[in-house]
Design a protein around this ligand. Structure first.
Ligand code: SF4
Length: 343
């Protein structure tokens, strides 16, 4: 197992000569509780915690903090799977169950924020794997991380699917009082059956929207990253409508759709899942993703337009902050994917 190259952000190539951890710094643990059964934690003491995204990156952020590698939320499509291979770990089940924990992340961050070379730039979290995955319930790294950012009035953002973020509500409020913070919750769809199979380790979409609601009630703006929209499984008009409607009802300040992309590492895992659960769709996926990791531009534009129109209809958007939402009465149940007319 290699323990270097841990500064890599998903989608980027690993930097050369970036040895950050010695193998002797690894402590491996398992916990015999139902929550952590089958999961192995590799505790390390990182040498660096604020990572710069390489200049050529198309990411909308420059600095990141990722206290974990691997994610027990186990989303089949997760684009970070590839980064587990940089550690010589398996990108399938290994990504879901072999979790690297940077146990000194809070103290390291506090030290780095206090360095004269640090100029208070925005720090993005949840950019590689989820910082509020189950491991965080035990290791509790985020309170120390948020406290350090608050004490240095350093702007930051968090993207998560984890309801555990509400544990840190008071700290988030304190941070928001002294600096700019941005919270986004990821909810790609509200279909229960799809959620159970494709995001098996995550809190249910409704619970995630409860997070949005609670943050909003406490004065913390929260956007929703509607990701991923999964072709032929969550992209039909009634499904998009049900999802945007639920997002609007949660009080989200924005909704940003993102169509599934399948980079190496995620692609193989997702396609084997698809062959098992929806074999009739395999050929259609091969055609839709024939050009590479991304669905065709026309498809992405169509989804974006539909979601934006629904957002407008339901009254989501920055210009509508604080205004009452136009949420119509509940609609009939959305048919499952197999009942829908597919593209
Ligand atoms: S929650 Fe995010 S990081 Fe974790 S498996 Fe799902 S997509 Fe990947």
């Amino acid at each position: 197992m290699r323990w270097e190259n841990l500064t890599v952000v998903a989608g980027e190539n690993p930097p050369e000569n970036a040895a950050l951890f010695g193998a002797d710094a690894v402590t491996t643990r398992t916990f015999d509780t139902p929550e952590f059964r089958g999961i192995t934690f590799h505790e390390i003491r990182a040498r660096s915690i604020v990572n710069r995204v390489p200049g050529a990156s198309r990411m909308p952020f420059e600095w990141t903090v990722n206290p974990y590698r691997g994610c027990s939320h186990a989303c089949v499509y997760c684009f970070a799977r590839k980064t587990h291979s940089y550690l010589d770990l398996d990108t399938g089940l290994g990504f879901d169950s072999q979790i690297v924990v940077k146990v000194n992340a809070p103290e390291l961050l506090r030290r780095q924020l206090g360095s004269r070379r640090w100029h208070g730039e925005h720090i993005a979290m949840g950019t590689n794997v989820d910082c509020y995955q189950r491991a965080e319930g035990r290791y509790q790294l985020m309170p120390g991380i948020i406290s350090a950012l608050r004490d240095h009035a350093n702007p930051f953002s968090i993207l998560t699917k984890g309801t555990l973020i509400l544990r840190d509500l008071d700290l988030l409020k304190q941070a928001a009082a002294v600096t700019e913070i941005g919270i986004s919750v990821s909810v790609g769809f509200t279909d229960q059956e799809l959620w159970r199979t494709v995001e098996p380790g995550t809190p249910a979409p409704e619970r995630r929207l409860d997070v949005v609601r609670t943050l909003s009630e406490h004065g913390i703006d929260c956007g929703v990253l509607m990701a991923p929209v999964i072709p032929f499984l969550s992209d039909q008009a009634p499904q998009l409508r049900a999802t945007v409607r639920a997002i609007a009802a949660s009080g989200a300040t924005s909704v940003t759709p993102l169509v599934l992309h399948l980079r190496p590492g995620a692609r193989e895992w997702f396609m084997s899942w698809l062959a098992h659960h929806h074999p009739h769709l395999v050929r259609r996926y091969e055609r839709l993703y024939a050009e590479g990791a991304y669905a065709p531009k026309w498809y992405q534009r169509r989804i974006t337009r539909q979601v934006h129109e629904l957002a407008e209809e339901f009254g989501i958007g920055p210009t509508r902050a604080g205004m009452p939402r136009r949420i119509p009465a509940p609609e009939p149940a959305v048919p499952g994917p197999t009942q829908l007319t597919l593209l």
